[in-house]
Design a protein around this ligand. Sequence first.
Ligand code: SF4
Ligand code: SF4
Length: 421
Amino acid sequence: MRRLTSRGLYLEQFKEPAISSPIDSFFDVKTVFLPVSSELCVSANQQLDCGQLISRGIYPDSIDSFASVKGTAAAIGEFKFEKFEGQSFMQLDADKDFVATSFEEIEPRELTDDEIMYAATECGILNTTDKRTLAEILEQYKGGVKNLVIDAVDDEPYVSSRISQLLCRTKYIPHAIKALNRLFGAKNIHIEAYGRNGDVSVRIPQSVGRYAVKASLEVYPVSRMLQSDDDTVYIDIGALLSFYYSAITHKPYTNTVVTVAGDCVKKSRNVEVPIGTSIGDILNFCGLRKKPALIVLGGSMTGYSVDGTDIPVLKSTKAILAFTEEPEFETTTCVGCGRCIDVCPQKLLPYYIYSYYLDNNIEKLYRLSADKCTECGCCSYICPAKIDLRQYVKLSRRTLLKEMWQNEQDSQNNQSALSEK
Ligand code: SF4
Ligand code: SF4
């Protein structure tokens, strides 16, 4: 288990064997749970088709939600899934004869402008690189953009759900990029993949069609380097392929590809599943050596551990990791190396925020802008003293937001007291 917690080491070898295996499909699901907003488009007990719109603009992804199986909307409510407090879900029971359509069943073809626009704006495509919808991104770049980068970087140990799509769905990618670029009009296009793959047996291609595959040589986590600006837009490969599937089939892509790995999993692999499938069903499909001592959703660096296995996978879930042992955190005192400051994408001072939080020095926390933290986890990962800085910055951020809210309330109360006088 030290492998999981040895921060600062390169751990790409743990991408095997999932990275070199074909993407598997697990479609034999009885029930899925789909996040919904208050803007429901269907009601309980209604019979739904796969791909049917069920709710508008859901939190946390702020995207429309679609039925991922054909079946009956059995119930709508909170369901109290761990980490999703306050979020409503729809329980959708799949029809016995329902068979999901795998991505591989589509055939590349030329697309019309209407098909491209429909897929980009109506099908709830989530760009997991920046957690925005494709429709939102297009709005920003409606005048066009210079560079389009397809993000196939799996920036954490174990995770290979992006690169596996590059390797297994290669034949679709040139067609999909060409179609997407009819919307962006970029002159320069390339695909970016994680480049420190010394221990990985599979060969990453140097190009796909006429598009070069460039190696990102940053250390984990590298996603902080892939940020869109005025000249360059980053679209993750999952979003690109979902867009292409939706344009070809005229319906939203309602599956997702997730890496299932960790020393407790019998066969690590990438699996295509309907969105809303429980992590327990997926782990059973892949087989477990024994009851996991630790389950992590997302990557081993920036993911979070969960106790239950009833939690559904969402579009943004990139991995399910199951381990036989709990990690041992042996925190020591800060050695003053400054690495946490170097890696912070928000240019914060994580160590100082941590110290001022422990001292309950709110004024200093204000000055250090702890509220700007995006909880990326880079500081915790890189810290040789293994201080969980992210956790402390997160607590500081919460303290500050609470303070700001309280100050706002106090000032409103003072103003109304003055106007009453
Ligand atoms: S978790 Fe917050 S403080 Fe730490 S590196 Fe990320 S943004 Fe910076
Ligand atoms: S908190 Fe960790 S990363 Fe930051 S200066 Fe101290 S030892 Fe280095």
